[in-house]
Design a protein around this ligand. Structure first.
Ligand SMILES: [Zn+2]
Length: 370
C-alpha cells in the first residue's frame, strides 16, 4: 500500500480547492479503510467550495487543510483491530453523521441529531479522495446490485426519504406538495411516488430541474415566479377538494416558499422542514400556520439511523425507485473544479454530479446512466 493518495483538499478559506497528494489515513481500532469507488457532490460541498459565512463559522480556517466530500460508496480494504461484523471486500456506503455514544439522543434512538455528532467532510476529512478512514459503526453494507454511482447518493436520498415518510410513514393515498427543486426535492418526488403518495405537486423555479421532476413522477409542476404566489396556493386547494395538501415538504428554505407551504397545508396536515434559511429574517404567522391549523411540524436533519438506510437500500435494489434522472453528470475526480462550476452556474444545467476515482469504473457508469 502506498502512503499517498490523490484528494481534493480545501487548503485556504476562500473560493476553490486543490487536487493534491495527501497522506492515506490510518484506520483507528474501531475504524475501517475504504477505497472509494464513487463520491457525489452535495449542496454542503458547494458551500464549503465557495467558503461562505456558514463554512467560516462551522468549519473555520483553523481546520484546514481538510479533504472535502461526504457522499460515498466503496470497498473496505483494511480493518481496525476492534472491528467486528465487517470484512475486507465489503461494499459499503457511509452514514455521514457520526454519533457520539455518550449523547442522550444516541441513547434514545435519535442518534442522527446527537449534540456531539461529527460530520464527514465538515468536522473531519472527507470522501473526495482515493481512500477514507471511517468508524465501522457508520458503514452501511450495500446490496451488490446497486452500482456505485447510485449507492453513493443514498445519503441525500435518505434525507429525502426521511422527509417524505416522516416519523409515522403514514403517506399512502395522501397528497404532497414539495417546495424546491434541488436534488433532494427531486429524490423526494421519486420516493413519494414509490411509496404510494397519490398526488405529488412540486413547486420550483428551475425549468431544467422541473423537467427532471416530471421524469421522477410528479403529477403537477408549479413554476414559481414571484408574482403568482396566490395562484399556486389556489392550485393546490383546487386539486385537493379545497382542503390543502396532507403533507408539505419545504426543501428550499426561502421565506416566500415557507409562507406558500404553510398556506398550501390542510388543517391537521404535516409540514416537514428541511430547507435551511440562509440569513433571511423570517417571521412566521404562528397562529394561522401552526396553532389554528393544528399542524404537525417535523424538522429534518439527517436520516433515521438506520431505518432510513434499510428502506432506501430496498427501494433501490427492488428497482421500484430509479433516481438516474437526477444524476445529470458523471465525471472524474480530477475534474472537480468543472463540476463545481456546473453546480454554481445559473440558470441550472446540472443537478446531482457523481465523481469517480478510477477511469474503468467511470466508463462503466457512463453506460449505466445514459
Ligand atoms: Zn450530502
Amino acid at each position: 500500500m502506498p502512503d499517498k493518495m490523490k484528494a481534493v483538499v480545501k487548503i485556504k478559506p476562500e473560493l476553490g480547492a486543490v487536487l493534491q497528494d495527501y497522506n492515506i489515513p490510518q484506520p483507528k481500532d474501531d475504524e475501517v479503510l475504504i477505497k472509494i469507488k464513487a463520491t457525489s457532490i452535495c449542496g454542503t460541498d458547494v458551500h464549503i467550495y465557495r467558503w461562505d459565512s456558514w463554512s467560516d463559522n462551522r468549519i473555520g480556517a483553523k481546520a484546514l487543510p481538510q479533504v472535502m466530500g461526504h457522499e460515498t460508496a466503496g470497498e473496505i480494504v483494511e480493518l481496525g483491530k476492534a472491528v467486528k461484523g465487517l470484512k475486507i471486500g465489503d461494499y459499503v456506503s457511509l452514514e455521514t453523521h457520526i454519533p457520539d455514544p455518550a449523547d442522550l439522543q444516541t441513547k434514545l434512538g435519535q442518534m442522527h441529531i446527537g449534540e456531539h455528532m461529527q460530520i464527514v467532510g465538515v468536522d473531519r476529512d472527507g470522501t473526495f479522495a482515493e481512500y477514507i478512514a471511517a468508524p465501522a459503526s457508520v458503514c452501511w453494507t450495500n446490496d451488490k446490485s446497486i452500482p456505485p454511482e447510485i449507492a453513493c447518493v443514498q445519503e441525500p436520498l435518505g434525507n429525502a426519504t426521511y422527509a417524505v415518510l416522516g416519523e409515522d410513514n403514514d403517506i399512502a393515498g395522501k397528497s404532497m406538495v414539495i417546495i424546491g427543486d434541488g436534488p433532494i426535492a427531486l429524490f423526494a418526488v421519486g420516493v413519494a411516488r414509490a411509496c404510494g403518495v397519490t398526488k405529488i405537486i412540486i413547486d420550483g423555479q428551475s425549468d431544467f430541474n422541473l423537467e427532471i421532476a416530471k421524469k421522477m413522477g410528479a403529477d403537477y409542476i408549479l413554476r414559481n415566479t414571484d408574482d403568482n404566489h396566490n395562484q399556486r396556493v389556489e392550485f393546490v386547494k383546487d386539486h385537493t377538494n379545497g382542503f390543502g395538501a396532507d403533507i408539505v415538504l419545504d426543501m428550499a428554505g426561502a421565506p416566500s416558499g415557507l409562507d406558500e407551504g404553510f398556506q398550501m397545508l390542510r388543517k391537521g396536515g404535516r409540514f416537514s422542514a428541511f430547507g435551511v434559511l440562509s440569513g433571511a429574517d423570517y417571521k412566521i404567522d404562528y397562529n394561522n400556520y401552526l396553532v389554528f391549523k393544528g399542524a404537525q411540524v417535523h424538522g429534518i436533519n439527517g436520516r433515521k439511523m438506520y431505518d432510513t438506510w434499510y428502506r432506501v437500500g430496498n427501494l433501490l435494489s427492488s428497482g421500484r425507485l430509479d433516481i438516474r434522472p437526477v444524476i445529470t453528470h458523471t465525471m472524474m475526480l480530477e475534474d472537480f473544479a468543472e463540476a463545481f462550476d456546473k453546480l454554481m452556474a445559473l440558470p441550472r444545467r446540472a443537478s446531482k454530479i457523481v465523481l469517480f476515482i478510477d477511469k474503468g469504473e467511470f466508463e462503466k457508469a457512463k453506460t449505466r446512466i445514459k
